[in-house]
Write a protein that binds this ligand. Structure first.
Ligand code: DGJ
Length: 730
């Protein structure tokens, strides 16, 4: 994975897997972006500049766009000269000016990949896994240095980009926009793919065409949000799941973000991504630096599948961390939809006993276990056990679960404070607030001011005490409201617009401290369902609850689109009761199970209320999932049918050695008098024969992939089929 620099023509050529990323230092010092896509051999790369030269010039050295930056494909554009497109950086200098003029000053190429201070990012375990190029750009007038980092990996066809801005002047400089990734592409008609929605409808797949003007998605809620995901892809209009050019961008950050696409007058498309400049600024004192978060970019020439495969492999192995990264995740039962706040130790133990009988491995005690928490209107911040519900405390309860053969997990919501709590009564200033302004309660709670170290210390201490109290092996870290009244009394007026980003940094610091203090605990992130499903959180917690909506019809879609970026091992998926508590829809248990087998599998219903027949089915589901869990969580995922564009959702999980596969097919609506459904599999070895466990047939990998497999008839709405394939010895 070489990174080369040719001083004779100023060309940087980054070659990773089968891609090339090309930049050039123009004679003016502007850093131009020339190309990103399928690998180029590397000759004559300067001529790529001509693609952007409106007045074709024979002599390449004449093209430097000095007075025509709006024609120049810029690697890190600014505003104030002749580039009128959206900039990557905006500042306010001490003299009030905002012009930024960045020119190349130096570069270094290093092995490996440095960590980003205070921020989550992809990493390497051995310096031989990646190379990093640092290019410093300098604005001489301002004394401002922008150091861009581009990392390419030996085993992953992605580029990681971030940057650090340093004030080398003697005056403060206010940063008003510092985006992490910019890409100017010589093509103007793209399909933009984004994942948008709402609570219980997270990350719905949207594909829309843009050939002129602007498109953007953003979050202003303080978290990455239910409404938009910090992901965007540009797909060639003819690109499909399997073919065509797709550029995917995923921001490794959990707060307000912006992703913007702008098509200009000369048919160049500019993509920008990073921290949302809206309501953001950062006071950069002389000598100080600001680190912007990382964006992972993937250029795929094999459609959405190629893009997702790169994201999955990288995120599963070099963004997620810790002892659970590579371990199969326990099958859990969570009591939330079984009891909500209304439970006692006996009820929990009854559910756990049935769970253990069925083969469940972990019991998760959700919200309501702490003092006086009988509704969602009190006690957040007071992390002491409710002796009325659990008179003996957490430890004996956990021990009893252990005696059943289950490990024990606990829900927490460390970032919040209830006005009705001892913590708030003692420290009413501990929440985010603006002096003399109303404090908006959402779900009856306020958000802790995690910009303050003393608040973080207090919470880390309280949570540590809880987790030390009992044999807790899993934690569900919830976060149930957006940020409002963004203000902190401890920051001066000039820094109040830093609160949003400082909050995110505070969350990361707390997560780092708590997860490293309890390295054996499996942490699952949650935010009112899937309101903070992003790469930033994945760095601290290897799985995230995808949505509160477990209705299999909706959940199939949510999981399909979540899998565009995130690997199955990171997707929490549970079987709910029927009718579903959110949609009211009645659905078959078999399909609820099949859909929940798409990641970290579990149950979230009152198992004691299952009929004997349902228990048998749940027992069979659990045993099936145990037999394919390694494929689902650590194999390769192939999306066979999209529930957004067809009447079915189907996934195939294949082991890395292609010896085993697991297929899930769900038909959304029954079709009267329909013919046989044939499903073409992918990822198998065409030269081998596979035994299909459920039907007893032996069929060739070639036949299964090229002709397909005929599925048993499906006669009702939401009918499903699961199949296991095992390679026959040749
Ligand atoms: C929101 C989560 O998404 C639910 O699963 C549950 O944990 C509740 N919070 C508890 O308050």
């Amino acid at each position: 994975m070489p990174i080369t620099y040719d001083p004779t023509n100023g060309i940087f050529h980054l070659q990773a897997a089968d891609t090339s990323y090309v930049m050039k230092v123009l004679s003016s010092g502007t850093l131009a972006h020339l190309y990103w896509g399928r690998a180029l051999r590397g000759n004559h790369l300067s001529s790529l500049l001509r693609h952007f030269d409106k007045n074709y010039r024979k002599e390449l050295f004449q093209i430097d766009f000095e007075e025509q930056l709006d024609q120049c494909p810029c690697e890190y554009p600014s505003f104030g000269s002749t580039d009128f497109r959206p900039p990557a950086i905006e500042v306010r200098a001490a003299d009030g000016s905002s012009l930024v003029d960045l020119r190349y000053s130096s570069h270094t190429i290093t092995r490996g990949k440095p960590r980003l201070p205070g921020l989550p990012a992809t990493y390497v375990e051995d310096p031989a896994e990646a190379d990093t190029l640092h290019i410093c750009l300098h604005d001489r007038r301002l004394g401002l240095e922008v150091c861009l980092s581009h990392t390419i990996y030996r085993d992953h066809g992605a580029v990681a980009r971030s940057l650090c801005v340093t004030n080398r002047s003697l005056e403060p400089i206010r940063l008003e926009r510092v985006l992490s990734f910019v890409l100017d592409l010589k093509h103007h008609t793209w399909d933009i793919l984004s994942l948008s929605g709402s609570w219980a409808r997270e990350r719905a797949y949207h594909r829309q065409r843009l050939s002129s003007g602007n498109f953007s998605i953003e979050s202003t809620r303080g978290t990455s949000s239910h409404q938009q995901s910090p992901f965007l892809a540009l797909a060639h209009p003819e690109a499909t799941e399997l073919t065509g050019d797709v550029y995917g961008f995923s921001l490794v950050y959990s707060g307000n973000f912006l992703a913007q696409v702008a098509v200009d007058q000369f048919d160049t498309t500019r993509l920008l991504m990073g921290i949302n400049p809206f309501d953001f600024s950062w006071q950069l004192e002389p000598g100080a630096s600001f680190q912007a978060p990382e964006v992972i970019g993937v250029a795929s020439s094999s459609g959405l599948e190629g893009m997702s495969r790169t994201f999955h492999d990288l995120y599963r192995s070099r963004l997620a961390r810790g002892r659970w990264r590579d371990r199969e995740r326990p099958i859990l039962v969570n009591n939330w939809e079984a009891t909500y706040f209304d439970f006692n130790a006996e009820k929990l133990l009854e559910i756990a006993r049935v769970g253990a009988e069925l083969g469940v491995e972990l019991f998760v005690l959700d919200d309501g276990w702490f003092k006086d928490r009988n509704r969602d209107n009190s006690s957040l911040g007071d992390w002491v056990v409710d002796r009325k519900k659990l008179p003996e405390g957490l430890q004996p309860l956990a021990r009893k679960m252990n005696e059943f053969g289950l490990s024990f997990g606990l829900w927490i919501e460390p970032e919040m404070i209830s006005p009705d709590s001892d913590l708030y009564r003692a420290h009413p200033d501990y929440c985010l607030h603006v002096k003399n302004a109303h404090r908006t309660q959402l779900r009856n709670q306020l958000v802790l001011d995690l910009t303050r170290p003393e608040v973080r210390d207090r919470i880390v201490e309280a949570i540590t005490q809880v987790l030390e109290q009992a044999p807790i092996s899993y934690v569900k870290w919830d976060m149930n409201r957006p940020l409002t009244e963004l203000g902190s009394p401890t920051l001066p007026a000039a820094q109040q617009r830093e609160v949003g980003h400082r909050y995110v940094l505070g969350v990361y610091e707390m997560m780092e401290r708590i997860t490293s203090r309890f390295p054996d605990v499996l942490f699952e992130s949650c935010s009112g369902g899937g309101g903070r499903f992003d790469g930033g959180i994945l760095y601290y917690m290897p799985q995230t609850w995808a949505s509160d909506n477990m209705d299999p019809k909706d959940r199939l879609r949510i999981q399909w689109s979540t899998s565009l970026v995130f690997p199955p091992s990171s997707i929490g998926a549970h079987v709910c009761s029927s009718p579903n508590h959110i949609t009211g829809r009645t659905t078959p248990l078999a399909t609820r199970g099949a859909v929940a087998m798409a990641g970290a599998f579990g149950y979230e219903l009152d198992l004691t209320r299952l009929t004997e027949e349902e228990r048998q089915l749940a027992r069979a589901q659990i045993s099936l999932f145990k037999s394919v869990r390694d494929l689902v969580q650590f194999g390769d995922l192939y999306r066979l049918c999209s529930p957004y564009t067809t009447n079915a959702g189907a996934f195939c999980y294949v082991s890395r050695d292609r010896a085993r596969a697991f297929v899930v097919y769900v038909r959304l609506e029954a079709v009267a008098n329909s013919s046989v459904t044939t499903l073409r599999l992918r990822g198998l070895d065409p030269d081998c024969t596979y035994h299909i466990v459920e039907t007893g047939e032996d069929l060739g990998g070639d036949q299964l992939m090229y002709a397909g497999i005929a599925l048993p008839s499906l006669s009702s709405d939401l009918a499903s089929v699961t199949l296991r394939l095992e390679k026959r010895p040749s």
